[in-house]
Design a protein around this ligand. Structure first.
Ligand code: URA
Length: 301
């Protein structure tokens, strides 16, 4: 692949000096957020394709009684979802920004509240066209109450800058909103537990509904698998456009993983380009639709 001058400048900004596609079998990495990605198999770039994730159950519908079945991670998620649905999901789905912030700050739905120093709600323009979804706060995020402020966050900021985006400045078109699937740090950065992910999901879902992003960039295995209701590894899910509640969603590697697997930065760059292209080809957002006016109608389509 050959790059023009502007693209080279972007690559530089992302810390990509060499542009030689090298495929390595990356070992599982214990990152500062316990990120573990499967390396993507070397494949020719596929043309963008829109796929629909499997439908999720409507929020308000009561969970059907289940026959005894082997307990799987998916079953644990379903069980926690059913529980959350009965208790707080519908309430969360109607909250405005201040209400949602308060609920997150006060949340004691799972044991992560015992060890957290701060909840980590999210940051950025509440009408941003871009939304980045990460996994869970690490140590620095827990201390500062803001997502992606550690080493992985610095790389994320560089990647965003490379395509003219920022969490802090600019118009909604050039700004991102950054949030995590979990709002509290798992102790010692262990992997998120399926029931914790399920408990926390209504918060993220409501954030997405309020923001109405035009594109979602899902980073890392836990964010991707949670949003897409998939068990597939990142390497199999990236390279095409998915949808979450109608919003185009592009899958990419977690920045903490990229810090340890430099060759995959090239793939992350391709993912960013796919997200850019998808956004450019999407119809404009209806800005007259007031955010937060409609109650949640959850479901991946
Ligand atoms: N990794 C994440 O996924 N989120 C953060 O906020 C920080 C590191």
């Amino acid at each position: 692949m050959s790059w023009n001058e502007r693209q080279r400048a972007m690559l530089e900004a992302m810390g990509l000096k060499l542009w030689t596609p090298v495929v390595v079998e990356a070992p599982l990495i214990e990152s500062d957020v316990a990120v573990a990605e499967a390396p993507a198999p070397p494949a020719p770039p596929a043309p963008p394709r829109v796929v629909a994730a499997p439908a999720r159950p409507p929020i308000a519908a009561p969970a059907p009684a289940r026959a005894v079945a082997p307990v799987t991670a998916a079953a644990a998620v379903d069980a926690a979802l059913a529980q959350a649905r009965g208790v707080a999901r519908e309430t969360i789905a109607r909250l405005d920004w201040p209400g949602l912030r308060d609920e997150v700050a006060a949340c004691r739905a799972c044991s992560l509240c015992e060890s957290r120093k701060n909840t980590v709600f999210g940051v950025g323009n509440e009408r941003a066209h871009w939304m980045v979804v990460g996994e869970a706060p690490g140590e620095q995020e827990d201390l500062q109450g803001e997502p992606f402020v550690g080493a992985a966050g610095k790389l994320l900021d560089s990647m965003l800058r490379a395509v003219g985006l920022s969490r802090g400045e600019g118009t909604p078109e050039r700004q991102v909103y950054i949030a995590n699937t979990l709002k509290c740090r798992p102790p010692r950065n262990r992997n998120p537990d399926p029931s914790e992910l399920a408990q926390c999901e209504p918060f993220l879902q409501r954030q997405i509904e309020l923001i109405q992003p035009r594109i979602i960039l899902a980073m890392g295995r836990f964010a991707v698998q949670q949003l897409l209701r998939s068990q597939e590894p990142i390497g199999k899910l990236r390279g095409r456009v998915h949808r979450y509640q109608g919003v185009p969603l592009v899958v990419t590697y977690h920045p903490a993983y990229l810090l340890r697997n430099l060759p995959d930065k090239a793939r992350a760059w391709e993912d960013l380009c796919l997200a850019l292209k998808t956004l450019e080809e999407s119809p404009p957002r209806d800005e007259s639709a007031a955010p937060g006016a409609t109650p949640s109608t959850a479901g991946t389509d």
